[in-house]
Design a protein around this ligand. Structure first.
Ligand code: SMG
Ligand code: MG
Length: 369
């Protein structure tokens, strides 16, 4: 592949409902979208950095800066790639900024798979044509609203319910959902809202038969998670703390988690995610694919990744309409028997809707490489 052009778009889409976590509430989705062109074919990637430095220190603005000012010159000086897995080494001079790098790598994978005329999952070694969908339920104003939301999602067919929790919204909502839906696969995600001083509360969560407790402690911590893991029966899953395959190896060596949530953006790209997958298979650690309220571009990437054999638990990959009334990619993802079908067309298998992209773009730029 001889790269010819790089484009960067900043899009903003309204969410169908506000999404609240332990670190705040989102009402719109902002996303940098990257396209790379070679041989007249265009590949797309989405950056999962948020509008502010809350989930991660990367933001849409740091991603725009790093892609425009640092990744672009590295692409320009190299231009030719035989395979997308060569990109991480080419970007190694840039330390950190994994979400910015991952967006560009995703565009290169899409481009590569389109040029090969194969759906991405076949190139990754995927083994499924549909992936089980779970849903992440934001912090609600009260228990009745929570129960109504969960009931609605279960009626739609979601296979696992994950509740966002924070101090003050933990034991009661989990108890209420567990009492009302005794058999549902249920998990909780704290987005790093607790400390070891909260051990008495976290111990209470053991009573609800949770599939896992996701990222209870500090976003960079491994040692305290290992300590907590020894105190709880519920398996700990790490999200924010696993920013690379290196960190995944450290976490497993320390006993900090028994399950890993893989987000290609958070770990610095698809190649790094594949390395975590290989490690998890070797160690017998179950994986699932997390979500960042992606548009259809990022959602498609997640669906392809989730087809790999080590991804054995339901994912945070929901139908498009759970987040957006109108997406910038077609066709929208729809639930079928609690699963999302894997796009079978070349590459990511979704197409940009240019009309909607241009209507939702707040900024864009194209460079010749
Ligand atoms: O895409 O369905 C989705 C969102 C899933 O809860 C979700 N993501 O910590 O796992 C997580 C959160 C991060 C995003 S919060 C803005
Ligand atoms: Mg999480």
């Amino acid at each position: 592949m001889r790269l010819e052009r790089l484009s960067l778009f900043l899009v903003e889409l309204p969410l169908v409902a506000p999404f609240a976590t332990s670190f705040g509430e989102e009402r719109t989705k902002q996303a940098p979208l990257v396209s790379l062109t070679a041989d007249g074919v265009m590949g797309w990637g989405e950056c999962v950095a948020g509008s502010g430095p809350w989930y991660s220190w990367e933001t849409v603005e740091t991603a725009r800066y790093v892609i425009s000012e640092h990744i672009r010159p590295l692409l320009s000086s190299r231009k030719v790639f035989e395979h997308p897995s060569e990109l991480p080494a080419a970007l190694a001079p840039i330390r950190g900024h994994g979400m910015a790098k991952a967006a560009v790598e995703a565009a290169l994978w899409d481009l590569y798979a389109r040029l090969q005329r194969k759906p991405l999952y076949q190139l990754l070694g995927g083994v499924r044509e549909a992936v089980p969908a779970g849903v992440s339920v934001g912090i609600q104003p009260d228990i009745p609203s929570l129960l109504a939301a969960v009931e609605g999602y279960l009626a739609e067919g979601y296979q696992r319910i994950k509740l966002k929790i924070k101090p003050g919204w933990d034991v009661e909502p989990l108890r209420a959902v567990r009492e009302r839906f005794p058999d549902v696969l249920l998990s909780a995600d704290a987005n790093a809202a607790y400390t070891l001083a909260d051990l008495p509360t976290l111990r209470e969560l053991d009573r609800f038969g949770l599939l896992m407790l996701e990222q209870p402690l500090h976003f960079e911590d491994l040692l305290e998670h290992a300590q907590l893991a020894r105190e709880l029966a519920t398996p700990i899953c790490l999200d924010e703390s696993i920013t690379s395959a290196r960190r995944a190896r450290e976490a497993l060596a320390l006993g900090a988690c028994r399950i890993i949530n893989v987000k290609p953006g958070r770990v610095g790209g698809l190649t790094e995610a594949l390395e975590i997958h290989a490690l998890a298979l070797e160690r017998g650690i179950p994986l699932w694919c997390g979500g960042m309220l992606e548009t259809g571009i990022g959602r498609a990437l997640n669906v392809h990744l989730a087809t790999l054999p080590g991804f054995t638990l339901p994912h945070d990959i929901s139908a498009t309409k759970r987040y957006f009334r109108e997406d910038i990619a077609d066709p929208p993802f729809e639930l079928r028997d609690g699963h999302l079908p894997v796009p079978q067309r070349p590459g990511l298998g979704v197409e940009i809707n240019w009309d909607r992209l241009l209507r939702s773009a707040t900024w864009s730029r194209t460079w010749k490489l």
